[in-house]
Design a protein around this ligand. Structure first.
Ligand SMILES: [Zn+2]
Length: 338
């Protein structure tokens, strides 16, 4: 089979790789229906993280079950499945509490920008649809496997409630999906912080009521203006930089909550400032598995359409161009079809 391999920063190649096999009785092999490039794949691509290359890359996928190990009974060959970036047995204490992305048997996925994928912990990880969905649902379901699940977690962690004000920091695919989540959870006012016209437009169509283009102190001042001088009930931090986290913490009202889902890079939280602020803080890798059945259902019912974050579709063999387009912000998110 063929798949994407990152060799060094800005060097992703589409290469012939060994076909994935069942290595453990808990594995499945999936034939990829679609995959994509994540904002977090850009960290090694830009050299902000070690590439540790050459290594197969990618962690978002939807596909058809090709083969299952002897202990996998929840899914069978031919079924259409959605997974996520972290595998989970869905039975350990952390899984039972809904934190499957901290499963005691967790393995992080990689090598998903490929024609076939081995899924460890397949029994607990994969969610099958009743029928194979039409291709028009594939972008939405692929979004659910990562960015929509992560946006949902941002809103959940930030305790978005009906009638409240939510601020979303970041206008990447996760931030845009966080707007959808805040809307679904009933936020009355949703402020998207974005400087890019096409992304502002998408945020509005997903439910944002206000757009703030300012950043730093000016951005915080704008949020305070919109919230009677106090700050927002919920702030959803979807970037992962020190600037974004500072913006998020200072945009929340006393007693408000920040949900942070951007993978932190150089983020340090000042304990004294946090103490004084009365702001609650929770984040981490999204427990996408907890939300998958519900989010798959919302997509198939046409209730949400997070697939609209994909604004470029390419054949998988052009994966290098997909990275380039996202790195140069020519595309929000690229849908890749084998
Ligand atoms: Zn577990």
């Amino acid at each position: 089979m063929r798949g994407a391999v990152i060799h060094a920063p800005e060097d992703v190649r589409f290469e012939t790789l060994e076909d994935p096999k069942i290595l453990h009785p808990t594995d499945a092999v999936v034939r990829t229906a679609a995959t994509c490039v994540c904002g977090s794949d850009l960290w090694p691509y830009r050299g902000a993280d070690e590439t540790n290359g050459p290594r197969p890359i990618g962690h978002e996928y939807i596909g058809f079950v090709e083969e299952v190990g002897s202990e996998v009974t929840a899914v069978r060959p031919g079924q259409f499945v959605v997974g996520s970036f972290a595998t989970s047995d869905n039975t350990c204490p952390n899984c039972r509490r809904g934190f499957q992305s901290n499963c005691l048997n967790r393995e992080f996925m990689s090598g998903c920008q490929a024609e076939y994928i081995r899924i460890p912990n397949a029994q607990g990880t994969l969610v099958a649809t009743q029928e194979p969905p039409g291709e028009e649902y594939w972008p939405g379901l692929l979004a659910v496997s990562d960015v929509m699940g992560t946006g949902w977690w941002a809103a959940d962690a930030a305790e978005v409630r009906p009638g409240t004000t939510a601020v979303v920091v970041g206008d990447g695919a996760v931030g845009l999906c966080a707007v959808i989540a805040a809307k679904e959870m009933g936020a009355e006012r949703i402020v998207a912080m974005s400087r890019h016209a096409p992304r502002q437009e998408l945020a509005r169509s997903f439910g944002a009521t206000d757009i703030v283009t300012e950043r730093g102190d000016e951005g915080v001042a704008r949020i305070k203006e919109l919230t009677d001088g106090t700050g927002a009930d919920s702030v959803l931090e979807c970037v992962g930089t020190a600037e974004a986290m500072g913006q998020a913490l200072r945009s929340a009202r006393p007693g408000g909550t920040v949900g942070f889902v951007g993978v932190p890079h150089g983020v340090a939280v000042d304990g004294q400032e946090l103490f004084s602020s009365h702001v609650g803080l929770r984040g981490g890798p999204a427990p996408v598995r907890r939300y998958l059945p519900d989010l798959v259902d919302r997509v198939l019912r046409g209730r949400i359409d997070p697939g609209r974050v994909f604004d470029l579709t390419l054949p998988l063999e052009q994966v290098a161009e997909a990275y380039k387009a996202m790195d140069e912000r020519r595309a929000i998110k690229v849908f890749l079809k084998p």
